[in-house]
Ligand binder design. Structure first.
Ligand SMILES: O=C(O)CCC(=O)C(=O)O
Length: 263
């Protein structure tokens, strides 16, 4: 299974509309891949809080339309990254979209852990409440977005729901790049799953992005890693490797749930 991770640059000198067109053409250029993944909030920028309201779209808005078409034109499974969704009740969400090679939406995922503590996304957006997996012919995807990477229980929940390939769409800042690489590897090792972690490049809202998108295999080996600039990583994944790793080193079966709390 061939996967392409598109580490697109988000820079303020490119309009959201132009970036949508460019992202779609980058997806179409991946024809021949099985799965293509874009990062978090690439239309507007993960830290462009002041633009969230103005750029919010309905679930089936312009980003949905452009990504659906690109998936069909490329004939690939597409994780179209995330965008600012305005739900029917007015709440904003950081929402990811997955499309089939026919351009049908297979799933959407609203980011569960909002970043920013008492500002930004954490106060401007609603929190997703549902774990989301997507069954592909060769593997099952488990979806996560950026800050979610810090919460291992979300990934365990995805694994319990059958996930074998964990997608982390991110807009991770450069200043915490060491956490990004460490946690992406940790999530792969502890869950014995592929991790496809795709971030953005460039600088927006004065926040330099880390880039360094990564593909980590179920043994924790980094199969590919991008640099800081816009780049596309293309990697061959072997879906059987997840099954084989879990069989040969069955640590997931050693979990002890429901332990008594300390007295
Ligand atoms: O957890 C981090 O250090 C970065 C998280 C983040 O930037 C986000 O979720 O948008």
């Amino acid at each position: 299974m061939r996967a392409s991770l598109i580490q697109i640059a988000v820079d303020p000198d490119e309009s959201v509309e132009d970036r949508r067109v460019r992202a779609a053409s980058l997806v179409v250029a991946q024809r021949g891949a099985d799965l293509v993944v874009l990062p978090e909030l690439w239309p507007v920028g993960a830290f462009a809080y002041t633009a969230f309201e103005a750029e919010a779209e309905p679930l089936e808005g312009p980003t949905h339309e452009v990504m659906a078409k690109a998936a069909a034109e490329a004939g690939v499974w597409l994780h179209g990254g995330s965008f600012v969704e305005r739900a029917d009740d007015g709440t904003l969400y950081n929402t990811s979209l997955v499309f089939s090679p026919e351009g049908e939406r297979s799933a959407f995922y609203r980011k569960i852990h909002r970043f920013g503590f008492d500002q930004g996304e954490a106060v401007m957006m609603g929190a997703g409440e549902e774990l989301v997996t997507v069954a592909l012919p060769d593997t099952t995807l488990g979806l996560a977005t950026c800050y979610d990477l810090r919460f291992p229980e979300q990934f365990r929940g995805l694994v319990d729901a059958g996930a074998e390939t964990l997608i982390v769409a991110a807009g991770w800042p450069e200043r915490r790049r060491s956490h990004w690489t460490l946690l992406a590897q940790a999530r792969a090792v502890e869950n014995q799953a592929y991790v496809l972690a795709v971030g953005t490049a460039g600088t927006h809202a004065d926040v330099q992005q880390a880039g360094h998108s990564m593909v980590v295999d179920p043994w924790g080996e980094v199969l590919a890693q991008a640099g800081a600039d816009e780049e596309i990583l293309t990697v061959e994944l072997d879906a059987d490797k997840v099954r084989a790793t879990r069989e040969q080193f069955p640590a997931l079966k050693g979990r002890r749930l429901g332990l008594a709390p300390p007295l």
